[in-house]
Structure formats: structure tokens, C-alpha cells
Design a protein around this ligand. Sequence first.
Ligand code: PRP
Length: 210
Amino acid sequence: MFSNLTVVTHPLIQHKLTKLRDKNTATRDFKALVNEIAMLMAYEATKDLPLEPVEVETPLERTTGMQVAGKKLALVPILRAGLGMVDGVIQLVPNARVGHIGLYRDEKTLEPVHYYFKIPGEEPDRLYLVLDPMLATGGSAVHAVSALKGAGAQKIRFLCLVAAPEGVRRMLEAHPDVMIFAAALDRELNAQGFILPGLGDAGDRLFGTR
Ligand code: PRP
């Protein structure tokens, strides 16, 4: 449906996502599930990382193996809810650098308000994975990617759990070079900008601030 969107349909992701949607899932389980899905999605979002040959000594002989080439990955959670995805992805890429972008969505205008920005040093070949469970109107995601590009980032991917068509469209218009990975493309936004069917407010459910 969208050229820049990959919906990761792996059965484990879909199973966990359904538990995440369930309003009866408690904070503790919600956190664990967000991390597990983030890890599985990062597996997909990194499947074309460049490799380079490297010599390795096995207990029996010397051989040539492969290692990921280039600068260390950077994970960039959008505060707050994106924080819930960091530990899961770090399990796959333990040496990743972590930047932070602080944004919240104004409840009336639904436009993002910026309050924090700190990312790892600019390197042209570094891959930045922006993390946020929700892509709703797309305002936060577009703003975060613009800020990253403004700081010199060139290779950016966006990982979310649920995306609304409006958000994907907005990202495609603003940043057609950014690939989006989502566990689901949901139906629509309601008048308050919540994704339907969605999973509620991910930040509140992660941090128990409902
Ligand atoms: C939520 C969510 C995204 C944003 C998505 O954050 O985590 O960052 O809204 O909406 P958008 O696509 O319409 O911009 P929220 O503003 O609730 O902040 P929080 O994570 O600190 O709770």
C-alpha cells in the first residue's frame, strides 16, 4: 500500500502485538512485549546491513568470517514511549549508540513540541534507527527525522509497532528516503489523534501514568 512501509508479519510479532492491544495487559507485561517486538523488528530492519570479511582463529584452524561493516548503529528513541523499545533492540546490537529526541504532542493541535535532542556524533555511513511505538499523525516522526537530518544523519529507518495510514503518508511526503517498519498498519485515527484499533497510549501504558 505504501512504498516506504514494511509490515513485519512474522507470527511471533503478530501474536505478541495482539497481547499488547489487549486493554487487560498489565504494565509489566506491556513493557516486556514492547521490548520483545522491538527486538524482532530490529532483526528485520537490519537484514541488509553491509558485511566485511574478517580473519578468525577457530580452535582448529584459521578461517574467514564476516562482521558488520561501518560505524556503530545508533538507536534514537523518541521520548517517552520510544524508550520502551531500546532494551529489546540493544539485545541484538549491544554496541549500538543511543541518542534521544524529546517530543510530546500538543493535545489540541496534535503537533509535536520539541524539548530535548542529543545524538551520537555524525558519521555519514552510520545507520540511525528511530524508535517510537506509535506513528499516528506522523508529526513526531517527521519532526524527529528532520532534526536528525539537520544534525547530519543520512541513513535513517523508523521502527514503530502500530502505524496509521495518515502517519505513513506524511512521512512518505516529507522524507521519502526513510523506510518505515511496523508490526501493523492500523485502520485510522480518531478525532483525538489516537490510532484505531491501536493499543491505547503507549507512553502511559509503559510507564503507568494513565
Ligand atoms: C505519542 C507517541 C508518539 C506520538 C505519535 O507520544 O509515542 O511520539 O504520540 O503521534 P504523532 O504521530 O501524531 O506525532 P506522546 O505525545 O503521547 O508523548 P509520550 O511518549 O511522552 O507519552
